[in-house]
Design a protein around this ligand. Structure first.
Ligand code: ADP
Length: 242
């Protein structure tokens, strides 16, 4: 569960807020897309969830954790609940795909037995079952990002967040990564994705949020947002991107 209650964010020195009294409730297992033009506040909203930035006011709860009461010692717990797919894959170039994923488990003290059991399953989930023996340099950007997703799932995180804008992927790779996320969504993960691929939001999202000037200006099913947009700003936005 993700809850934003009247969340406002001012970056230092900015006169207008990047997020302006945003209210949002995301249920478990929802697949939510954030869309809107550049500067609308999408990345800032994601950064509120990952705790990369702090809100100026309002309340944020993720997976039962109230961020206002988040102590330093709770952060590992939060990170386990939240899988963040980072742009920076941080892959070890001299280790195979299998070893890279296994390493993420080794460093948190998982037993070898458990590692041998888990890694193949996770590689299967992200469609890299036959790439375990390859080195990162032998993979495409999309495949490398899927390792990043594999690591996020490894933690059994029930919530996955991805900001496509910061993930430096080519459009065709975005499709590849979103395909993996689609299959994860079908397995019941909660996902929040910032995307510029309207086709995807339309095809696989449960819910689409249109952001504009720090507000969620309109939200609805893909059908409502893309086929029956109400706000003129959403209509203008769609004219440009569709
Ligand atoms: P989007 O992801 O929709 O493109 P952002 O959340 O990145 O939008 O940006 C929202 C607003 O906040 C913009 O006006 C942007 O200039 C501002 N902003 C974003 N990050 C920072 C930052 N680190 N410092 C100051 N202003 C920022």
């Amino acid at each position: 569960m993700i809850l934003l209650d009247n969340v406002t964010k001012y970056y230092p020195g900015d006169k207008s807020p990047a997020l302006n009294e945003v209210n949002l409730y995301i249920q478990p297992k929802e697949f939510v897309f954030l869309v809107g033009k550049s500067g609308a506040g999408k990345s800032t909203l994601i950064k509120m969830l990952t705790r990369e930035e702090r809100q100026t006011s309002g309340r944020i709860m993720v997976g039962g954790i109230d961020y206002d009461y988040l102590k330093r010692r709770h952060i590992p717990h939060l990170r386990r609940r939240l899988g963040v797919v980072f742009q920076d894959f941080k892959l070890l170039p001299n280790r195979t795909v299998y070893e890279n994923v296994a390493f993420a488990l080794e460093i948190v003290g998982v037993s070898n037995h458990e590692i041998r059991r888990t890694v193949p399953k996770v590689l299967e989930l992200v469609g890299l079952a036959d790439k375990g023996h390859k080195f990162p340099s032998e993979l495409s950007g999309g495949q490398r990002q899927r390792i990043s997703i594999a690591r996020a799932i490894l933690k059994d995180a029930p919530i996955l967040v991805l900001d496509e804008a910061t993930s430096a992927l080519d459009p065709e790779m975005v499709g590849e990564v979103l395909d993996v996320m689609k299959s994860l969504a079908q397995k019941g993960m909660t996902m929040v994705v910032v995307t510029h691929e309207m086709g995807f939001a339309r095809e696989v999202g449960n819910r689409v949020l249109f952001m504009d000037e720090g507000k969620i200006l309109e939200e609805g099913t893909p059908e409502e947002i893309f086929s029956n947009p109400k706000h003129h700003r959403l209509q203008d936005f769609l004219k440009k991107v569709l």
